[in-house]
Design a protein around this ligand. Sequence first.
Ligand SMILES: [Zn+2]
Length: 330
Amino acid sequence: MLPFKLIYSDEYYLPIGQHVFPAEKYRRVHERLLETKVADGSDFITPQPASDQDILLVHTPQYVYKLKTGTLSAREEMELEIPYSPELVHAFWLAAGGSVLAADCALKDGVAINIGGGFHHAFPDHGEGFCMIHDVAVAIRRMQRDNKIRTAMTVDCDVHHGNGTAAIFAGTHTASEPLPSSGPSTLGRPGMMRSSHTGNVFTISLHQENNYPAFKPPSSIDVDLPDGITDDDYLAWLDNALSSGLRQFTPDLICYIAGADPYREDQLGGLGLTIAGLKKRDELVFRVAKTRGIPVMVTYAGGYGRRVEDTVTLHCNTVVSAKEVFGGQV
Ligand SMILES: [Zn+2]
């Protein structure tokens, strides 16, 4: 039995038909974790859909109304890039409920993993890039409303920039610690790190610069990575961004968005990370959180490997890494 909870429902399945987003990945991760005995049935808890009240902590009443009544415009549905249905709305409300539950469990156990969620391209008033509802933002705002946390830090390692996250938590102050406009000189590859933050949520995004979304609203720390960056350079950038962020800001909760699409065989990504490198990435985030005694909740976000098997392996490895770092027999 794991010393932390995995949050999962069979209803996480996204009813979107044939699509580059492997809608069945959640079910397959759940199956694989059980088959490989990384987890047993008692490690999983089933979420309830978020309440409309929770969704409205982040999203506008107009947008929520359109989703609930099926009245998105053709353009809004096109931007979402997945076909609207009431069942899809249910799946997103459930993913948000899962992230709320994961945040709550992380505050009790030190870590918790939502076997879903991470829909970081959703904005308050619209969805885009396969993301209808920003489950992580809903979880943060709900924890803040309940006075369970005051501050949070998002650590977004999906290959795509966390534009919705940045927009939702945008602020106006400048960084307490100015950063050089390029990375540490020890890094062999180019890249760019920018920093500015305010408010009670600090956002970090490491992403491929030459990728969706075209417009990247500023996060507290943005690390623009060059095409094809490999394991060691990526891990150095991540280490640097985490150290810098945690020098500037002390979060009550870390929300780790563990996208599987920095993988070198991803169909929608252009970075060069291996399966082993991505596992080290997960370990690095968990070690930093554990060392500093900061609870961490995890969501899965993207993953479009040429072989769905690889995407499943990458997502399962996030659980294996948590188990190695936070205890429990592997
Ligand atoms: Zn992505």
